[in-house]
Design a protein around this ligand. Structure first.
Ligand code: AMP
Ligand code: MN
Ligand code: MN
Ligand code: MN
Length: 278
């Protein structure tokens, strides 16, 4: 099996490595095919593609779109998208433009909890206000000693329904799907085990995703616990989804799984990678 890793982040969103550094690490880890899937941006793809070429890694363009589905934030990965597509670019820009205002509300909530100056500090981590993410706040809280690591910042303050969690309207599912398909991409439901949905909600999401043209789900991902793989293997079989594999890598020392470091997909599944490997 090819070692493909179709979900990774760089400094273009909330990763800690530049696209070139990420591809260099991937090469050392034995990755043969890689997708860069930054949150709501295609900004890092050109640099990543160039670095991939220099390391002999097959490169797949990607993006991870933030979606609000009912009360739930859902992530949809687009693979093989044309980064120059105008509707996609405009849609992603509209999402990114909401990030600063949301960040301000998060900083206000953190201020009420006694943490001052978090907006400026998180912005310094993000480097650009349109990238500002909870991860950047989490890194600041860890670095300032408020929590022991970024994960604890999510567990105590930034995770869903925690005291500094702020509701936000991301893209609509049908819009995100339209942008991905319109840009020639394959839509992949990211880490479906992470949404905390009950069986009915889960089935409704999967049906709707499929109806809107969704072709694949992530089964083996750094954002699933290994004991969850079997559940999502069965879902992929039942719905006839292709399966994706991706570490959801954000940075050394922060992410539990290194690029290319996951187990292979279950043999019964058709990898989404088969869409490009002719
Ligand atoms: P945002 O788009 O600003 O809401 O940030 C979402 C990012 O925060 C995700 O892509 C993860 O990198 C990280 N994240 C979200 N929830 C958690 C969590 N419970 N634990 C660790 N990281 C998380
Ligand atoms: Mn992230
Ligand atoms: Mn995600
Ligand atoms: Mn991700």
């Amino acid at each position: 099996m090819d070692n493909f890793d179709l979900h990774n982040h760089s400094t273009a969103s909330d990763g800690t490595l530049s696209p070139a550094q990420l591809l260099e690490l991937a090469a050392r880890q034995g990755v043969q095919a890689m997708a860069l899937t930054d949150h709501d941006t295609v900004e890092g793809l050109e640099e990543a593609a160039r670095a991939a070429r220099s390391h002999g890694i097959a490169f797949v363009t990607g993006v991870e779109i933030s979606v609000t589905w009912g009360d739930t934030t859902v992530h949809v990965v687009g693979l093989g998208i044309d980064p120059a597509n105008a509707d996609l670019a405009n849609g992603l820009r509209s999402i990114r433009e909401g990030r600063l205002g949301r960040g301000k509300r998060m900083a206000d909530a953190l201020e009420k909890l006694g943490f001052r100056g978090t907006l400026e500090a998180a912005l310094a981590h993000a480097g650009d206000e349109k990238r500002l993410s909870r991860t950047h706040f989490a890194r600041h809280l860890a670095e300032s000693g408020a929590v022991k690591d970024a994960q604890q910042a999510f567990d105590k303050y930034l995770g869903k329904d925690k005291p500094a969690y702020v509701r936000h309207q991301w893209a609509r599912l049908e819009d995100a799907m339209g942008w991905i398909l319109g840009a020639g991409g394959v839509a992949v439901l990211a880490h479906p085990g992470r949404y905390g949905l009950k069986p009915l909600g889960r089935a409704t999401l999967l049906d709707e995703f499929k109806r809107l043209g969704g072709e694949a789900i992530e089964v083996v991902t750094g954002s699933h616990r290994p004991e969850e793989y079997a559940t999502w293997r069965r879902v992929a079989e039942q719905y006839g989804f292709l399966a994706s594999r991706g570490s959801d890598f954000h940075g050394p020392g922060e992410s539990p799984v290194m690029p290319g470091g996951l187990p292979p997909l279950p043999a019964s599944l058709v990898p989404v990678w088969s869409r490009w490997a002719h």
